[in-house]
Design a protein around this ligand. Structure first.
Ligand SMILES: Nc1nc(=O)c2c([nH]1)NC[C@@H]1CN(c3ccc(C(=O)N[C@@H](CCC(=O)O)C(=O)O)cc3)CN21
Ligand SMILES: CC(C)C(=O)C(=O)O
Ligand SMILES: [Mg+2]
Length: 289
């Protein structure tokens, strides 16, 4: 790229700076480290298929998470708990196929890493080899540090996830905000430092008070990715179906709805069905002679 290249099309997000102006390769952990150095915030969205992954990739979202939220947002389960490795491999491979520039991060599903670091290694390797993702994410701070260390030693970039860890929904008895009170706040800080020490390149902070998330962000050298953690984290993540108004039913308080896709898509389906009933679709222009 030469010095007189035009600035990127305005339809893209801040990806151009994140890539250092290079947009024909995938985002790497080094790009994200450089972004933290520059104080540049970035965004992450979930994606569960090639179609939506491609839309977000074209929009310049630099990191796409194949979340185990696929369980409740895409596959019809109540929670993320039933999601399997085979499902995560299939969905992650689709997102990789549908994208060119985003770093694709795959969630490790419940039961795929808690047993031992060896189990975590086996399943992280499947996501890297069979799906082709660039990084994996797993839940837990101090309790997951040994597994994170082993993966990182093996050359697998790891994103950690602390605070509200949804795979523990049955232990939490719901999805309560985490890190409230001195003891819980100190535990969150210890968890954040443990995953950084273990070699994670970033850490998701889910449903924690904004002041605590700011403090963690200031104290860590790696990127913090907030969801329900206030505005001062290095990055923000949302579940795509939530931010696009596609989720059925209630969404968490921290969600902003940037579109109302559920209504748009429902209207299209209703109009199609009405035209079929009326005999006005297909029209001559949709018909072979
Ligand atoms: N659609 C969807 N969006 C998500 O963000 C998401 C999922 N699903 N599934 C997995 C987890 C579950 N998440 C959730 C779900 C609900 C709340 C929630 O409603 N929390 C209460 C906290 C109240 C309090 O403790 O003060 C809230 O009222 O926001 C938070 C996170 C986040 N993740
Ligand atoms: C909400 C994000 C961080 C997640 O873990 C998921 O979508 O599964
Ligand atoms: Mg998840």
């Amino acid at each position: 790229m030469n010095a007189s290249s035009p600035t990127p099309a305005p339809t893209q997000a801040s990806t151009a700076t994140l890539y250092g102006g290079v947009t024909n390769r995938r985002v790497t952990v080094r790009d994200l480290a450089a972004a933290k150095q520059r104080g540049e915030k970035w965004s992450m969205l979930t994606a569960y298929d090639a179609l939506t992954g491609g839309v977000f990739d074209e929009a310049g979202i630099p990191v796409l998470l194949v979340g185990d939220s696929a369980g409740n947002c895409h596959l019809g389960y109540e929670t993320t708990v039933p999601v399997t490795m085979d499902q995560m491999v299939m969905l992650s491979a689709a997102v990789v196929r549908g994208t060119k520039r985003a770093m694709v991060v795959a969630d490790m599903p419940f039961g795929s890493y808690q047993e031992s670091p060896a189990q975590a290694m086996h399943n992280a390797a499947r996501l890297m080899k069979e799906a082709g993702v660039g990084a994996v994410k797993l839940e837990g701070g101090e309790r997951s540090a040994r597994s994170i260390e082993l993966l990182v030693e093996a050359g697998i970039p790891v994103m950690a996830h602390i605070g509200l860890t949804p795979q523990s929904v049955h232990a939490f008895g719901g999805y309560p905000v985490q890190g409230r009170g001195d003891e819980a706040a100190h535990q969150l800080l210890r968890d954040a430092k443990a995953v950084q020490q273990a070699g994670a390149f970033a850490v998701v902070l889910e449903a924690v008070p904004a002041d605590l998330a700011r403090q963690v962000t200031e104290e860590l050298a790696i990127a913090t990715v907030g969801i329900g953690a206030g505005v001062d984290t290095d990055a923000q993540v949302l579940v795509w179906t939530d931010m696009a108004g596609m989720t059925a039913g209630r969404v968490p308080k921290f969600v902003k709805q940037y579109a109302n896709l559920r209504a748009v898509l429902g209207d299209a389906a209703r109009e199609f069905a009405a035209e079929v009933s009326a005999g006005s679709f297909p029209a001559p222009e949709h018909t072979f002679k």
